[in-house]
Design a protein around this ligand. Structure first.
Ligand SMILES: [Cu+2]
Length: 253
């Protein structure tokens, strides 16, 4: 278990103490989000340094002592005004295009092979696999509760581990349908790049394509009551063969 914990920490599929950057991505969506973030940070760094350099040189060179009447009659400059209006507009367009592209790509659900229904409750998640039924013609469904701190085993994550993880096959287009039984919750998993509000009486959907095996942790992301922090999400991706074995187990229950 300790070894598994080490692997998980190496791959950053869960929050770490003082973790300031993203958890490692495990889906094309999250890769897109990281790329967009890095692009925007690039522009941000350039703008920060340019503006700082301008401010510092102005303060340094144009203090009252050095140039008491510097440019007293200069109250406009058409060229510089054009430059400082059009340049930011171009930068905003440069950010807007990849941003909208990603937004609509993430909304796209590509002909999913599997549907998982996740329902928020105060305060746990329940899951249903509507594609599969057991011998009694009932859907495969289970509740997923947090593992309380006193029951944690070595290597398990505090406030993140659940009793029943969601198992999905890797490299498979999966649709997660999200709703709620009571108040508004939010179904989120950073490594997979998904976050969708769970509204009572409404179905939201997220498209997931996990590109490697692993266990990915998330938390309810909409304040939903006193135990809001105690309804974590644990999604485990396994090979298709292991997924089928797991399904068989669930069908026998
Ligand atoms: Cu909640």
């Amino acid at each position: 278990m300790l070894f598994i914990n080490l692997i998980l920490n190496l791959q950053l599929d869960a929050p770490t103490p003082w973790g300031l950057y993203f958890q490692d991505s495990a889906s094309p969506q999250m890769e897109g989000i990281e790329e967009l973030h890095n692009n925007i940070m690039f522009y941000l760094a350039i703008i920060l340094f340019t503006v700082s350099w301008m401010m510092i040189t102005i303060i340094r060179d144009y203090v009252a002592k050095k140039s008491p009447i510097a440019h007293k009659y200069m109250n406009h400059g058409t060229l510089i005004e054009l430059i400082w209006t059009i340049t930011p507009a171009l930068i905003l367009i440069l950010i807007a295009f990849p941003s909208f592209k990603l937004l609509y790509l993430m909304d796209e659900v590509v002909d999913p092979s599997l549907v998982v229904y996740a329902e928020g409750h105060q305060w746990y998640w329940s899951y249903q696999y509507p594609d599969f039924t057991n011998a009694d013609d009932e859907f495969i469904e289970f509740d997923s509760y947090i593992v309380p701190e006193e029951d944690l085993e070595e290597g398990q994550f505090r406030m993140l581990e659940v009793d029943n993880r969601v198992i999905i096959p890797e490299l498979t287009h999966t649709r997660i349908v999200i709703s709620s039984a009571d108040v508004i919750h939010s179904y989120a998993c950073p490594s997979l790049g998904i976050k969708a509000d769970a509204y009572p009486g409404r179905l939201n959907q997220a498209s997931v394509y996990v590109n490697r095996p692993g266990t990915f942790f998330g938390q309810c992301s909409e304040i939903c009551g006193i135990l809001h922090s105690s309804m974590p999400i644990a999604i485990q991706s396994v090979s298709l063969k292991d997924f089928l074995l797991w399904l068989r187990e669930q069908m026998d229950d």
